[in-house]
Design a protein around this ligand. Structure first.
Ligand SMILES: [Zn+2]
Ligand SMILES: [Zn+2]
Length: 146
């Protein structure tokens, strides 16, 4: 599949791919992404669930269900991470209007054999409010939806 983009966790036990095509690159500043990622925001490719394929046995994945509001949306989220090395590879909403979206962690994406596909600039950032970190500049034209 030449038009697919693949990704993997740190140890390589968890591998996935998705169709190259329409995606939205978004930064999420929510407190849960901050804790989960150990950083000040998460860097996500928002893609249709129908284009996402897990290439490893499902037993490679541990799903952590975030109770309560995920991103102030009120819908629980499922954080999918490698049960060997702990790298979160994607999240998804359990309920609500966005269950057919996968939020793939861009840091786990491999593009054309090159690890760390950072060429796609984020165009949206969400949930800065209340989680603002002063030294992180705002995206020009970023949609502040939360
Ligand atoms: Zn791993
Ligand atoms: Zn988040």
């Amino acid at each position: 599949m030449s038009n697919s983009i693949s990704g993997k966790c740190l140890c390589g036990a968890l591998k996935y791919e998705f169709d190259a095509g329409e995606w939205v690159i978004a930064l999420c500043h929510c407190a849960k992404c901050q804790i989960s990622s150990g950083s000040v925001f998460s860097y996500n490719a928002c893609i249709p669930a129908s284009s996402f394929r897990l290439l490893s046995p499902p037993a490679s994945v541990t799903v952590y269900r975030t109770e309560g509001p995920l991103q102030e949306s009120g819908h629980p989220s499922l954080r999918n991470f490698c049960n060997v090395c702990g790298s979160t590879c994607w999240t998804q909403c359990e309920t609500g209007p966005d269950t057919e979206t996968r939020y793939v962690k861009m840091g786990t994406v491999v593009k054309d054999g090159q690890e760390g596909f950072w060429g796609s600039k984020p165009v949206v950032e969400v949930y800065r409010k209340g989680n603002e970190v002063g030294w992180v500049p705002r995206l020009a034209g970023g949609d502040e939806s939360g």
